[in-house]
Design a protein around this ligand. Structure first.
Ligand code: GLP
Length: 241
């Protein structure tokens, strides 16, 4: 595991975006595993800017996102589909037929998860997986658990996640209680993983995830076993290291 120390959120975003752009330049038809959340917004801003400048070409890229809320439509501003479209897909020349997220509107969980795993399988491996880190150590929506769940599955969101995400909704009742998420095996099979962590409120979980015991209670701790993980974190998030 490599840790890259950034000064602040902007610096973290620039450093992580540089790693992703290096991947795109080296392999223009790469498969990117993408994430949502505040931690990655700055990265998408940088990548969009570099595309406009003519430095990056997304036309041959395939993307598979980590997760999507269950029961939320693509048009809903809180859906991860909407987020990705607003922050990245509409700003760069990605082929809309090559960007994938689990179908939040399909209520048959088994069907969604199987279909999503088929899509991932067809991609023949994720070259670079981008991750944020939840306050409870979740990656994607793999919540603290007794086990590491391997493949795409439907999760009941924990109270802490529902609380953390309520800031994006009008009130807590509107926050979905379930989501579809890529599994840990799929994430761990990515060739390279970039985790971005920012802010003093993530300092404790960063320490537990990357320097504590490997346990499904802190799902991100499994990343310690991956051969090619880069943690890009700002000084505030690294304050306990
Ligand atoms: C969300 C997402 C995760 C994300 C995490 C951290 O619930 N499902 O993929 O990494 O929480 O979000 P943030 O970056 O906003 O702190």
């Amino acid at each position: 595991m490599r840790i890259i120390k950034a000064k602040d959120y902007l610096d973290m975003s620039r450093k992580a975006a540089n790693i992703i752009s290096a991947q795109i330049i080296m392999k223009p038809d790469c498969v990117l595993g993408l994430a949502t959340g505040s931690s990655v917004i700055g990265i998408y801003e940088k990548l969009s800017k570099w595309y406009v400048k003519g430095d990056l070409d997304f036309s041959k890229i395939t993307s598979v996102n980590l997760d999507e809320y269950k029961g939320i439509s693509k048009e809903n501003k809180q859906s991860y589909y909407y987020f990705m479209n607003e922050k990245l897909f509409s700003k760069v020349n990605m082929n809309p037929n090559q960007t994938f997220l689990p179908d939040g509107m399909e209520s048959d969980s088994d069907k969604v998860c199987k279909a999503y795993d088929k899509i991932i399988e067809k991609c023949q491996g994720i070259d670079l997986q981008l991750l944020g880190l939840g306050h409870n150590g979740h990656i994607g929506f793999n919540e603290p658990n007794e086990v590491f769940e391997a493949v795409t599955h439907c999760v009941d969101l924990t109270d802490s996640t529902i609380n953390a995400n309520k800031r994006f909704f009008n009130n807590i009742d509107e926050v979905p209680k379930q989501a579809y998420t890529m599994g840990i095996k799929t994430i761990m099979q990515a060739n390279e993983i970039v985790v971005v962590v920012s802010g003093a409120d993530k300092a404790v979980i960063l320490q537990q995830a990357f320097f504590g015991p490997i346990t499904p209670k802190v799902q991100a701790s499994i990343l310690q076993l991956h051969k090619n993980v880069i943690v890009v974190a700002d000084e505030a998030a690294l304050s306990l290291i």
